[in-house]
Design a protein around this ligand. Sequence first.
Ligand code: FES
Length: 143
Amino acid sequence: MSKTPTRSPTHEDIDPSRLATMAVDLEEIADGETVELAALVELAEDRGRPASHYLATLPLATDLKLAGEGPLTVKVCAGTCQRWGALDLLEHLVERRGVQIAPVSCLDRCDHAPAVEIHGEHGQLVLAPATSQAIDDAISSLS
Ligand code: FES
């Protein structure tokens, strides 16, 4: 995580002290090693926080993963890429549904934040920097 974009950050990170609290919340709803997206969304609503914050907490402060499988898995960097809009991308994917979301702490494309990889039968498609529109277009063309 040595490089970052030359563009100025556009967003703020989640307060690190909140990550610990959200990690505890996630451990409470976890089923073994995984958390169901529906349960995570419900938890976020209960706590009055965006679902994307809980999704980012998964790789940043827990060993948990999001449950489920699908033909397309969208890996979203929730690390420093947060400062370039990664949380908005996660929020978009939650609303969009229909793909497996896999938040990760880094995709090793930090200088092209926010970084996303779409994995499936096609192999791997990299979107960096990614936008919600580019993700939707890629999912449509790959589905
Ligand atoms: S922080 Fe490395 S790809 Fe996002």
